[in-house]
Ligand binder design. Sequence first.
Ligand code: GLN
Length: 497
Amino acid sequence: MSLLRQAQKFIANQTARKNFNAFISLAEKSALLRTIEDAEAKHGGGPINGKLIAVKDNICTSDLPTTAASSILKSFTSPYDATVIKQLRDAGSIVVGKTNLDEFGMGSHSTHSFFGPVQQSGDNGRALTAGGSSGGSAVAVATEQSWAALGTDTGGSVRLPAAYTGIVGYKPSYGLISRWGVIAYANSLDTVGILARDSQSARKLFNAINSYDPKDPTSLPPSTRSQIAELLSKNNRKTPLRIGVPLEYNIEELQPIVRQAWIRIVNLLTQLGHTVHPVSLPTTKHALSAYYVLAPAEASSNLAKYDGIRFGSRSAGADGSPETNSVLFAKTRGQNFGGEVKRRILLGAYTLSAEAIDNYFIQAQKVRRLVQRDFNSVFSFPNPLLDPKPGPAPHDTIPDVIESVKVDVLVCPTAPTLPPTLEFLDRQAPVDAYMNDVFTVPASLAGLPAISVPVSSSLDRASKVLNGEAVGIQVIAQYGDDELVLEVAKMVEELSQ
Ligand code: GLN
């Protein structure tokens, strides 16, 4: 399709679908057409040249506002582009708009937005959750308002919306993609991720942004990147693949349709000759609680700067003395943060307090280590970030996994259920909404690459997408083994067609 045709389609889709509140701001149409003409003229036709990309509104762009879906940033336009945006533009891609999200990335349904909820329509016109927090990016891709989109994934925010909208959502290994210019939620977990309609497109976008960025202190340096590549090439993976099925993911709350899709895809993989092995990740059941201690703790610290003086919109009132300033801070933060963000700030400030830090924050950090150890004990490829000759085992050891077979990759559901209706969510307690992240959070705590691929639970796949019937199946691999994750995603995609 010519670039001009793509742009016309984008504009037509925008009008026809009323965009499901997927966008907070849009590139101006004439500017968009001009950029497309430039892309056609200037670039040599690289893999993402001229592609229309939607960008989550917590990633800074110099030409469009960046709000993080918060009232506190409603009038903010960044003076610079985030590194990932620069990389996209250098490769000839076109940013079509900034997408809606849960405020600062906190949520699982894109309903906690100052700009109103994102939604998708299911059967009988019921409004379904698009997942969160990158729900706007997922809907933009699923409704063909863009070729692909950037999101951020701290505990599942790219994978969950992808699963709920029937598209691919990929969270690369932590540290591969630059976070410079990405508004921080929980730095030790935040990862820029990709939403696309198939894994090949996700791979193209990943290749364009997968590089070291000296501006980001958590960016993986070139020396470590080449060590990992060398280890992977020496590892000489055998085919058929050994596929791990984590037993702890087969929870009681798993909807039958999700379990069927999981079983179906695992069976199809064995028909290709791969072998399947049950594995145990015993700390899985504590991972969610640990995540909801650690992420709010980091968030409470990151969000302290939005006080109306240094950063963010300011509520009316005088500043100057410590007394008047604290009234101003409280008013500004009270009026401009939404309910979920306030909940996380309070929770985080509490778990970091002298009274609670040992019982909550420190314990959660220990659980995070155990989650990482669980994964290291099941993968055949050793964690390249660890010392190859470990010292004596720490005191808090966990029992060895039941199964001695090491696996190459794990295959499991992305979410326990299909997307709930928005009406159902309204009746849900905030903490119940955290349950949706139960399968995505473990890979986040360990920084592992993970991708969600849409699969139908039945053989009849025809157009089950975007009416809430595609099930997201997740593929997880060892740190740095992103290539394998993308390869297996492609296999799963082909099998489910
Ligand atoms: N739902 C999770 C949370 O609210 C994950 C969000 C994310 O990945 N940004 O923290």
